[in-house]
Design a protein around this ligand. Sequence first.
Ligand SMILES: Cc1cc2nc3c(=O)[nH]c(=O)nc-3n(C[C@H](O)[C@H](O)[C@H](O)COP(=O)(O)O)c2cc1C
Length: 402
Amino acid sequence: MSFQLSNKRILLGISGGIAAYKTADWTRALRQDGAVVTVMMTESAQRFITPLTLAALSGNKVHTSMFAIADDERLPHIALGRDCDLILLAPATANTIARLAHGLTDDLVSAVVLAAQAKVLICPAMNGVMYRHPATTHNIARLKEYGYTVIPPACGELACGDQGPGRLAEWETVRQEIIAAITPQDLQGKKIMVSAGPTWEALDPVCLLTNRASGKMGYALAAAARRRGAEVIMVSGPSSITPPFGVKVVSVVSAREMHAAIRQWATAMDVIIMAAAVSDYRPSRYEPHKIKKGVTDTSLPLTANPDILRELGEQKKDTRCAPLLVGFAAESLDHLEEGRRKLTDKKLDLIAINDIKAEDAGFAGDNNRVTLLDCHGTVEEMPLLSKEEVAHRILNAILRQL
Ligand SMILES: Cc1cc2nc3c(=O)[nH]c(=O)nc-3n(C[C@H](O)[C@H](O)[C@H](O)COP(=O)(O)O)c2cc1C
């Protein structure tokens, strides 16, 4: 379930391409995300997948004709486009794209799109030669001029056996674009840097000091900010999570690398969110060869790593157009007091405090329980929420301060 897609009305228009079968899975995925899906199909599309399948999967009547109006029904080509939050055309054939580019309305799908005021996402899918043909290229350029979002097809092996562009875009890419299209673009024009994940501090070629951070919170923040229209750079320590669509990722390993990367971009940013769990210390000495087992009792000298947040806070007072600074504090004792101290001490605008003792939230999980404190003394205690929802609430608080 995605709280952003929950109860959103998606009108899925299917045209007659070989990839039409994939829309059965897409319909299920949208419903699992809580969306209400209504399907309309061209005549050719019904040769590839049946309206019965899509009616069963969407739980709604499937619309196939402009002229099939029951007595009590409104005109489908007008009503369908009016009653939805977004139209998704997938797969969009070369033929349907040409119809739309020229304003033709001789079938239900093209008539609905021409009569609709909702946002339109178009996913072309066809043979690579058809896709690269100047006619298709011009038609797609026109659709973009009309304000429709065209999600480019993926490259790879096509149904006809050719290699190249033309495969229907991957579902996760399309899902992200749907969410971006229905999410208010209230961070448009803002540049946001997010740090994420743990850092690794090498002791020798094999062993390292690190922590239990997974990167999930930082990645959720980067994805949410990008969906709300921000330009996002994410400086990420080692993490196995797939980077969010549309976010520029700078991969680093150690705290010192993270420090250097953040310094490089910091002055150009409107907001910096330090969600990474940066190691406070590193081994004072790096052993070029693996440390051998032998002594039973030994000690490990440590050197403090740069305090990136403190440095950014210090620089703020010298700069007039300083970025808004958001810190994270993972505390196991007196978490509110500690958070308050860090907020003032490091000259932050906002701090998100995690009580790492809470059993249902924390490092590797999908949920988090966060308290937000801002520099004006506002306290927002959040219930247990998905990290995605926590990310949006933090961005709301940032927006209030911007
Ligand atoms: C087996 C088969 C696969 C096809 N796959 C595609 C395709 O992937 N993309 C495309 O643009 N046309 C494809 N076509 C051609 C379209 O079905 C044809 O242009 C049709 O008129 C499209 O109608 P529509 O846009 O109204 O759905 C395919 C045709 C056949 C017979």
